[in-house]
Structures are given as structure tokens and as C-alpha cells.
Design a protein around this ligand. Sequence first.
Ligand SMILES: [Zn+2]
Length: 481
Amino acid sequence: MIIKGGLLALPGKQELVRSNVRVADGRIAEIGTDIVPSQGEDVVDADGLHIFPGAIDPHVHFDTPGFEHREDFTHGSMAAARGGVTTIVDMPCTSLPPVTSVKNFKEKFSHVGKASVIDFALYGGVSGHIADECIRTNMAELAPYVVGFKTYFISGMDTFTQINHYDFARAVAKAHEIGRPLLLHAEDLDYITHATRAVQDAARALVAAGKAPAPVEAAGAKPVAGYGAAGPAAPGTWADYVAARPEAAERVAAATALMLAHGHESALHVVHVGTAEVAVFLAAGGATCETCPHFLAFSSADFDRLGASLKTAPPVKSPGHAERLWKLLADGSINFVTSDHAPAPDEEKHTGSIWTDYGGIPGTGTLFPYVYSEGYRAGKLTLPRFLEVISTGAAQRFGLAARKGAIEVGKDADMVFVDPDATYVVKGDELLSKGSITPFEGMRLRGAVEKTYVRGAPVWDSTDGIVVEPGNGTYLQWGYK
Ligand SMILES: [Zn+2]
């Protein structure tokens, strides 16, 4: 097959290049202006379109098996494909059982192995309640199956608990030894526990004094279990939620993590960083980190307008951080962008209390469109840097770069076709995710994804939608080549 007439985003090039691509056996076989179709060879006309490497989203919660009322692997992967993502890496904690042993991995794989429409890899995890067993045996046993290990300094999940400092230091040393990154949700438990208590006490006092309304629980509201679970029902405003999980909690956690990783800093990867100082500190210390579109697009000042649709854990930061995060992304201090895709149904997003509303949003479908429009097209990211933050960087960090992350001869033909002149208006109920409540609702973005190809075959296009069956996606292991 030949893809003809498009402008290509090639590694190392400062501008898009008009050229043709020959795809054979799912891989990029040839790139050049003088490629001529052989007898009977298919030709795809990409005239007027810009072609980018498929985006890689290495931070999603597809919730299979166990929490499929929020998201499942098939819907999550369809939403990813619709947004130009061709490879995802799924977190170990929001499925039952969590991926903390080979036995649990096999259980999860029996559910997800044939469920994805795009390529996927999995993380293992080190849960606090079984940390010793994980560090002594399970991490090394799981290493062939996973591309990293997730840990939490604070967790709302009964089935995947936070790790103590001693075990974290052991886990990062083990990760270094076995050659996998250790991922950390960096918010300090002690700080947040006390901040939350103080904020909730003050809110209760206001209610008792008749100066604020008591919370009204939504009809049929259930306590939220699993990822994003929050504290007890209490009165509160969105400002209270932000004050209960402040930037200081992220600074303390990241500093602690880097010090505990002493000697093994290169194994540390901090997820969903929203606080600019944290990214600066981690980069200087030799660790890697990611940020997410919601931290780049919104601030805590947007809660009044957007409410629970903006609730994530950690929350978006105070005004000013987003502008600095863009600069840190541009200069390489932040390595790449991920979605932290974690949708939930309306009854969990709007429970009547800001404390129990689910903390998570469907993000994998807006990742590429947002960063393409507001990063690359808006001039905040150069073309080479855009390619790194949307694809190459994650491929390199998670052991997939031999075949993923660039339009290059020998690599998988994972590509996004973008109509640069179109406008994409985000609509939650068109994302193909099970979750439709997004803070990006109604946002107008430059350019629109027209087609998504995985290993040389179309998976989604703007006319026919998803054109493959679940199971189209290949399971990727570290070092995939
Ligand atoms: Zn997450």
C-alpha cells in the first residue's frame, strides 16, 4: 500500500515534508517522493492531509475487569483511536484483581487480551498492603509482561493502597535493577490528610453557623469505590477540594520520592504533574515526568464554571501553572503528555458532594487533538518537540521505541491523518468512551483527526467510524520489535 500526497511529520524535521509512504506487512517500508505503485498495489490519497505518528497515551484507566460501568477496554480503545491514539498503556490498579502478580496479570489478560481495537501494553503495580511480596518476588516475575510499575503515595482504593517510604525506596531500587520505570502518583498522604481535615472542619462550622448550606446527596448516590474515591460526605466548595489537595502536597511527595530514589533516579517517573516547580525539580534530579491536557488547559479558577466535570485527582492547579507547564514541556523538563483517562458515569460524577464526586475524566480522545491544536498549531511546541511529547517520548520511556513512536522505515505504520483546515469541537457524547462528562466539552480546536491507522490498516475514520473488531489491537511487551 502507498499513502500518497500528504505532508508527513518525520523525526528530526523542522517542517512537514511532502512525501509518500509505502506500507508493507504493517510496517513502514519506504518513504520518498519517487515511490511508484507496483501492479495492483493499493494507493491511499492523502492530498490535503497532514500525517503524524500515532499518538501514544501511556496513562489510561480502562477498568477491565471490575469497574466496567465506568469504562471498558473496548470503549476506551475506540475513544483513543477516534482521537488519533494508536497505543495505550493501561494502569494496573483500576481493575480487579489489580496487576500485582503474574497470576493477577493472567486473570486480567484473559479479559483484555482480545478487547482492544488499538495496540496496548500494561503496567504492573506495587500495592502498599503487599509491598514486601511485590518487591521480593512479583516485580521481577512480572517484568516480562509489563512496561513499568505503578505506586501511590496516596490512594483511595481498598484494593491498591499507598506505599510507605521505606518500601518505596526498595521498590525504586528493584525497578532500576530489573530495568523498568517505577511510576508514582505524587501527593503526600500526611499533608492531604491534615489539609482535608482542616478544610472539612471549617466547612462544617460554616454550615453549623447557618452560613453555608448542608450538602444534599443526589438521589441514589452511592459511595464511590475504586480510583478517585474521596473522603467522607461533608459540606464543601470546589475551593475546599483544591485546598484539601494543594500544590504543596505534590511538592512534598515529589521531593520525597526523588530523595528516596537516590542512586536510582533514572527509574523514577512521576505521573500527572500539575505543579511547575515539581517538574523543574524532577528534571534537575534525573527523573522523568508527564503532565496532562487538563493541567495545560485549566486552572482551579475554572471549577466555578465546570464543576465536577473538571474533578481529577490530583486537581488542576492555581492560575499561572499551565503557562509554565507549556514552557517546561517545550524545553524538555516535562517528558511527555498523557491523558490519565478515567471516566465515570453521571451518578458518580454528580453525587451531591464535591468530596464524593468521582475524580477522573475521559481524556484519551482529546489528548492528541488538544496538544496538536494548543501546543503545535498555537506555536507553543515546535514540530520536533510535538512529536516527542505526543509519541516518541513515551515509546522511549516504556520500551516500545524499536517499533513505535515515529514515522520511520522499519517501524509500525501507526499514523494519524489530520485535516489541518478543519475545526474540531469536542462533544463528550461523541468520544466513543463510556464516559461523556469532560471539561473539554464545547472546546473548539484547530485541525480534525480524519483517519487513524494501526500497523498500516485503518481503525477509525471520520466517515465510517471504527472499522475493526475488538481484538485488532496487539499486546506489546517491553522491547517489542
Ligand atoms: Zn491515573
